[in-house]
Design a binder for this molecule. Structure first.
Ligand code: BES
Ligand code: MN
Ligand code: ZN
Length: 493
């Protein structure tokens, strides 16, 4: 799909008015008067040039001033292209308000071939948030036969070329993650995921390894889930970014993503069936880690990053695994499978154990649309984060705030450990023993068993990685949660 474009332009009047439209910000102050905010001098020049008083215009409409409210004012065309000004509410002027304002502007212009000069943000943090969010708001995915590839271009005013270059890389990486998630599962199977990964690895000259068939002998979880759909069968995909730094050892981050290309639940079939329609997005974790590692050659952090994509389809067929099967994970842990719909933790367990045994990570992080319980606890605005390392938790929370993919630190409650006992295997994977009603927590406790002594973080993004409707920066459906977050975190290491 086509993505919205970003440019950095000078704040000269000539450059600004050569676009099709201009976007400026306003707030409603405590005494209920209105104020223009952002690139004030440039806005004053625009008012003079078009002979218009924007405060008069705003006051006429009496808007609430909340972030993302948009007024569209026609302007008398001079010898320039610009024929309208978007005046956009900036709420409390926080970075989050900048995101909402930008996303709504992007959404308003979605699918339109239009160039807009934007003057909403001034400091570089807000310019970055603004630029990323206009692109995310404009995002669209469609297979409509009459669709055109048009998308807007945003000329962000201010001397901020580096900021805009990074914003372009990051926002387009989120868009690519979204494209994979939105792709229906009749196109998207584990082999297709491997092909996408090959393409991205080639672009960034990253090393990539794909395991299938007999080479997956030790990956008992991935095989048990993936054998339900034997053609083309599960794939383990490993992609590595190694920075070129001489001498000094750089930290190694391993990112493990859940890549279930469709989750029917398997023999423990999902009911009612409309719960299934969202499950083409059950590979959102894998999509996130793939698109993060994919842009690191451009962003050049001094960190080695390995992405592991655990790809399988959880189908219902004659070769599906059964509730009561016992499987052997990478590294030898045996697990009694009680509910075939708890397949995510089975594929992740292999990835985590492999990373611990083979890759010597300094940080081991997994991201997965893992449990409905995460959504019950936090809704859609926060991802659930589990880790015993409080410093790491702080780092990631900070990356969540700076990026817009926000996280909440959840507890790994040891009182619930006994729920993972099994009479016949090392573990049962659904925390069936005991009735703790803490599905997201017990899933995290299960995963922890496979992480050795590593510094480990688990992100349950079942709630935050999709949206029920077009709102904020999210389109309806998968939103690429985690891409911005992990990029910001890696760049901060
Ligand atoms: N992929 C689902 C979790 C999910 C649910 C993601 C809704 C996004 C939206 C996962 O594989 C699953 O089915 N989890 C079960 C676990 C249970 C069987 C222990 C769940 O959450 O109900
Ligand atoms: Mn499931
Ligand atoms: Zn699933």
């Amino acid at each position: 799909m086509a993505y919205a474009q970003l440019n950095s332009i000078e704040s000269s009047l000539e450059d600004i008015v050569s676009a099709d439209a201009i976007a400026v910000g306003f707030i409603k102050s405590e005494d209920s008067t209105y104020e223009l905010v952002g690139k004030i001098e440039a806005i004053a020049a625009i008012e003079k040039f078009f002979d218009i008083d924007l405060i008069d215009e705003i006051t006429f409409f009496q808007p609430s001033g909340k972030a993302g409210e948009i007024l569209e004012i026609p302007i008398s065309q001079k010898a320039t292209k610009a024929d309208r000004i978007f005046i956009i509410g900036l709420g409390d002027q926080s970075t989050q308000s900048h995101r909402l304002a930008a996303a709504n502007l992007g959404r308003k212009l979605r699918g339109k071939n239009i160039v807009v000069s934007t003057l909403l943000a001034t400091d570089s943090q807000d310019i970055r948030a603004h630029a990323i969010s206009v692109v995310l708001g404009a995002y669209t995915w469609t297979l409509k036969s009459d669709s055109k590839p048009d998308q807007p271009t945003f000329n962000v005013v201010g001397k901020s070329e580096k900021v805009i270059d990074d914003a372009k890389i990051i926002s387009h990486s989120v868009c690519r993650a979204r494209d994979l998630i939105h792709t229906p599962s009749n196109f998207k199977n584990p082999l297709w995921m491997a092909n996408q990964a090959q393409k991205i690895a080639k672009e960034g000259k990253l090393s990539i390894k794909v395991l299938a068939g007999k080479d997956l002998a030790k990956f008992g979880g991935l095989r048990a889930v993936g054998k339900s759909s034997p053609k083309p069968g599960p794939r383990f995909i490993q992609i590595t970014y190694s920075p070129k730094v001489s001498g000094k050892r750089v930290p190694h981050v391993v990112l493990v993503g859940k890549g279930i290309t469709f989750d029917t639940g398997g023999v423990s079939l999902k009911r009612p069936y409309d719960f299934m329609t969202a499950m083409k997005g059950d590979m959102a974790g894998a999509s996130a880690v793939l698109n993060v590692v994919g842009v690191l050659p451009q962003l050049k952090p001094r960190v080695k990053v390995t992405a592991l994509l655990m790809c399988a389809e959880n189908a219902l067929s004659g070769t599906s695994q059964r509730p009561s099967d016992v499987i052997t994970h990478y590294g030898g842990t045996t697990v009694e499978v009680l509910n075939t719909d708890a397949e995510g933790r089975l594929v992740l367990a292999d990835g985590l154990a492999y990373a611990d045994a083979k890759l010597d990570p300094d940080y081991l992080l997994d991201i997965a649309t893992l449990t409905g319980s995460a959504t019950l606890g936090l809704g859609r605005q926060y991802g659930a984060m589990y880790t015993r390392d409080s410093k790491l938790a702080e780092q990631l929370i900070a990356a969540g705030e700076s990026s817009g993919d926000r996280l909440w630190h959840m507890p790994l409650v040891d009182d619930y450990q006994d729920s993972l006992e099994s009479d016949i295997a090392d573990l049962n994977h659904t925390a069936d023993k005991g009735d703790y009603s803490a599905g997201s927590v017990t899933a995290a406790l299960f995963l922890e068993k496979f992480t050795g002594k590593r510094k480990w973080v688990h992100l349950d993004v079942a709630g935050s990685a999709r949206s029920e409707n077009d709102s904020g920066e999210s389109p309806k459906g998968g939103n690429g949660f985690g891409v911005r977050l992990l990029i910001d975190w890696i760049m901060s290491l």
